[in-house]
Design a protein around this ligand. Structure first.
Ligand SMILES: *[C@@H]1O[C@H](CO)[C@@H](O)[C@H](O)[C@H]1NC(C)=O
Ligand SMILES: *[C@@H]1O[C@H](CO)[C@@H](O)[C@H](O)[C@H]1NC(C)=O
Ligand SMILES: *[C@@H]1O[C@H](CO)[C@@H](O)[C@H](O)[C@H]1NC(C)=O
Ligand SMILES: *[C@@H]1O[C@H](CO)[C@@H](O)[C@H](O)[C@H]1NC(C)=O
Ligand SMILES: *[C@@H]1O[C@H](CO)[C@@H](O)[C@H](O)[C@H]1NC(C)=O
Length: 185
């Protein structure tokens, strides 16, 4: 008899646990955000396109006739990047982070890229934190604005924007100045 009760109890406990786990959402509560802060970040994005150690590489390109016009920005080309972020534009300037992600050339008749890139900082107050940029980026314009749509660490739930300015461009090296306004908790 004792054994049967024990079994029933085990069954009840198991069922109650199943009941708890059968719900995938929590109760919705009022959201009380903490006061937001604004931080300005200023750095240079250093990209090496072709060398023994490129920081941006082409990983795929669609094969369609309109891409055979020798465009330097052919539509539907995908790049992977891991570019250093430095305090200044000089080659030997201090590295303060890196930008990892994807850029896809997404304009059929424009030189638009769309970037999906995580910018992580590796030194200073924001070491280990990152901002996420997911935005259209008209790469042939000298000045452009891209959207900051999130972040990690101290930049969790960040929003904001970055003003980009081409500082130096040749066939193998690109240096872009980033001036980012981040709104975060
Ligand atoms: C590429 O060249 C072809 C043939 O000259 C032309 O029809 C097409 O519009 C061009 N495409 C682009 C993207 O310039
Ligand atoms: C593209 O470049 C190749 C090699 O430089 C050349 O032979 C070809 O005519 C060019 N095509 C166009 C459409 O300009
Ligand atoms: C493509 O770009 C050219 C030059 O900027 C423009 O004249 C043409 O109207 C554009 N075509 C389309 C389909 O947007
Ligand atoms: C581009 O500029 C960099 C830095 O000044 C230089 O090292 C490199 O040789 C240049 N590349 C070309 C193709 O001129
Ligand atoms: C960065 O942009 C802000 C406006 O968003 C501007 O006030 C500031 O002067 C800019 N800083 C640099 C170094 O360009």
């Amino acid at each position: 008899m004792g054994g049967t009760y024990m079994l029933i109890w085990i069954l009840i406990i198991c069922l109650s646990q199943v009941a708890v786990q059968s719900q995938y959402y929590s109760k919705s509560l009022p959201y009380h955000p903490k006061p937001v802060k604004v931080t300005n970040l200023h750095f240079f994005f250093h990209e090496t396109l072709s060398s023994k150690n490129p920081t941006t590489v082409e990983i795929a390109q669609v094969n369609i006739p309109s891409n055979h016009n020798n465009s330097s920005v052919p539509f539907a080309t995908l790049y992977a990047l891991d570019d250093p972020l430095k305090i200044g534009p000089e080659h030997d300037s201090e590295v303060i982070g890196n930008a990892q992600g994807l850029t896809v050339l997404a304009g059929t008749n424009t030189t638009d890229a769309v970037m999906y890139v995580d910018f992580e900082f590796t030194s200073g107050k924001f070491k280990g934190s990152s901002i996420s940029i997911f935005s259209r980026n008209p790469i042939r314009e000298i000045e452009r604005e891209v959207a900051v749509i999130g972040g990690r660490g101290q930049f969790k739930m960040a929003t904001g924007f970055a003003l980009l300015k081409a500082y130096f461009i040749n066939d193998t090296n690109v240096i872009i100045e980033y001036n980012v306004t981040v709104i975060h908790y």
